[in-house]
Write a protein that binds this ligand. Sequence first.
Ligand SMILES: [Zn+2]
Length: 238
Amino acid sequence: MAQTHGGATPQPLDQQRGQTLDSSLDLDQPFDAPTEWDGNDWDGKRRSPASNKLLQDYMNPPTPWARMLKGFIVVLVVAGIAHELFAGYYDRKMTAAIREVSGQTEIEVHCRRVWDEVLDFRVKPGFVWFGSGVANLQLNVCRDAAAWSGDPENEDKRIAIQVLTHELAHLAGHYDESQTECVAMWTLPKTADALGGTREDGLAVASWYAANYNPLLPPEYNAPGCLDGSPPSSPLLP
Ligand SMILES: [Zn+2]
């Protein structure tokens, strides 16, 4: 335990200081460290405000907003990518169907994303901008139309393939809503075929729709007796 200072002859500590050291003091253990945290500093004094704050943060951590925000953004991005993949699949499926029915290759279907709804809220199941080659459909309409052939009597799915065909009739140049409904009903067997169903099932959908659903729509959409006569003139029909 004796130390050398400069060139001085080393002396026992007690002689250097002229006093007798407490022989029980272990100099390797400079203070009597408490084995349990007693809430005070090592010297038994109350802690400073700064160390109080540290202990409080440790015992009761502050809400990690920055980390939560990062986690939230990661979840949003992953959900957005999944939503885009899901909707993109229906875009392609619906677009292939209307191209097959019409023989046109420049037209397409856009199934509306969640962000489309946020930026431009429309309750209509489908719409076409005047002069545009894109039919916009609610995503659930795309989903129902895609699933129709597996469940041909389901009313939501029947309405969905009529909505798809109605928007296609707009793309084919029909703007009067009543005429557009009538053209769509006549075209339904072709849509049914393009979506993997049968023309007979498509005819059944058209008859059901004309009798049960079209009359419930606002008057400008009504097409009474449409299926009784001969087909309307349309590029979609022979
Ligand atoms: Zn319309």
